[in-house]
Design a binder for this molecule. Sequence first.
Ligand code: HMG
Length: 487
Amino acid sequence: MFTRMTKLQDSPSVGIDAIAVHVPRLFVDLTAEWARARAPELGEASVEQLVGKVKRGVGVVEMAIPDGHEDSATLAAMAAVKVIEQAGIDPSEIGSIAVGTETTVDQSKSIAAYVLGMLERRFGVDLRCAGAPQFQFACIGATYALESAVNMFRAGENTKPYALVIATDVSRYPLRSAGEYTQGAGAVAMLVCKDPRLCALDARVAGTITRDERDFFRPNGMSTAVVDGKYSIDVYLDCMAEAAELYAARAATSLGVAGQRLDAYIDHFLFHVPFPRMAEYAALRVLGDAWRRDPGMCGELAGAIPEVADPKLDSDRGARKAFEKALAQHPMFRRFFDARVEPSLGLSRRIGNIYSGSMYLGLASLLENAPSRAALAGSRVGFFSYGSGASARVFSGVLVDPERAYVPHVARELAREGQGGRRVPLELDTYERLHAGPPKESDAPSSLAQPIPSVRPAASEFALRRVGTESSAARTDVGYRYYEWVG
Ligand code: HMG
């Protein structure tokens, strides 16, 4: 089934050596108490209607929620510890740490510097020679962080064998809004190096599109995102389609695949997943475009979907939606989706949107769900990255030795406490208390407040212990965040 067409390239083989995921243990079950409370509040006809929409229409059943001692920095550091331990590397061999996030913990200091400190204390190493920037561009920040790390190795500018790239976020929308059931939290850490064991990234193929858009953003001082939901889907799809076209044009020469359809040389499609159904919309757009422009495929589809040859498809949004709705029902598309997209969505269904890490969570999901990880070796993975505001970047890589490079851990950890995992379901009022964050006692920003009490005390993890309050001639630390490893 897989094309195994790794073309030898003159630039060094650079890519992802290992990947690990960390997710808060607390979660909300979107099919139980939450749905019973929200159905009338959201004006849904019944609880079953809301559960059906969330489960099948949006594609999620559970969403991860950070505890009082967790934030984007602790999640990032936990994912980093896991990837270092699972890859079995010496942490002092890390020459740079780059974090992609849109839910930073400070307006100035890089989360990567907080992570660097946590790693130094945990492993007893000195990382002072490492660069530690933070990349921000909504959900695509970590992709730009990865690009920067990869280019550093390609240019021979790395001073140590590894770079650490971390995507970390806490996704928060207002309660009782249509965004509420697309929240989530988590971090994905990746080690980048030459001759990677997991995924060698293709050189000179990436397609990038950026537009100044208002689809989704979070103004300074706000803890939840402002989103124009339906419009955000259109912007995502339009940017993604353009970036995929640019990618295909570059792949034609760089990968030597001129005249071939995207799905002839990409085996697995990893999309940015704000919610799993969005990956289906994106697959319909990207594959729909590739298939209708291919004369053979267009002929095959025309019997069941006459709209495939409609000249208005490129200019009329309504006509394109009708075509994509019809294509969604076609057995050829369903087979494609089930085999080459669905395996990347399993973890998102149980974690929710982790923003900058969500596409990389798709890679972990593919690796965890594969009936045989060894059989994935040599297959090409397409990365379809997106961040609101808005930018899409499409790139690809070839899986090298996934059996040796990947240690399955996420699905196991998602089992409930007492059933072999560490997850704890939240009651509605506890979830709403965590969502509200620290009580507002004055006009001071909430970032200066002390962490709220944890539902489950921290154990074997990094925790936010306190927020600094001192302002004197001797010492000033107002708002500094003190993180500790709690054994
Ligand atoms: P909504 O109003 O909850 O949903 O908004 P809907 O009414 O449009 O229904 C969704 C689907 O469920 C529809 O399917 C319904 O038919 C179906 P479709 O017509 O599209 O095929 N449905 C049902 N299916 C089965 N059984 C039922 C049932 N009822 C309805 N009973 C929306 C959904 C995603 C807009 C909302 O949740 C939202 O605003 N979310 C946040 C924004 C978002 O995630 N946007 C995605 C694109 S932007 C992006 O990805 C960037 C982002 O990650 C941020 C960043 O970059 O930093 C968000």
